[in-house]
Design a protein around this ligand. Structure first.
Ligand SMILES: [Zn+2]
Length: 81
C-alpha cells in the first residue's frame, strides 16, 4: 500500500510498486586505459596478467525516478532532458 507519485491515489494493499523513470539525460563515459585487469593462462600454462581498455561511449542516465501504481507505470513515457 503506497501513494502513487504520478496520479496521487492510494493503492490497495499488496499492490506492487513500479519504479518509473520520469526524467533521463544523455551521459558520456570517458575512455579508460587498462580499466580491466585479469589473469589468463598462456601457452605454457602459466598465469599471465592481461589488461583491456574500457572504450567509454555514450548512454543514458536516470535523472529522476518515482514510485507508481501498475496502471500509471504502463502508460508513462520518460521525458528526455
Ligand atoms: Zn498511479
Amino acid at each position: 500500500m503506497f501513494l502513487c507519485q504520478l496520479c496521487g491515489e492510494t493503492t490497495p494493499p499488496r499492490t506492487p510498486a513500479a519504479r518509473v523513470v520520469v526524467r533521463q539525460r544523455p551521459k558520456q563515459y570517458p575512455f579508460r586505459l587498462h580499466a580491466n585487469i585479469f589473469w589468463r593462462l598462456n601457452d605454457e600454462g602459466k598465469r599471465k596478467e592481461h589488461k583491456t581498455n574500457d572504450p567509454g561511449g555514450v548512454g543514458w542516465e536516470i535523472a529522476e525516478e518515482v514510485l507508481a501504481c501498475p496502471n500509471c507505470a504502463a502508460r508513462f513515457l520518460p521525458e528526455v532532458v
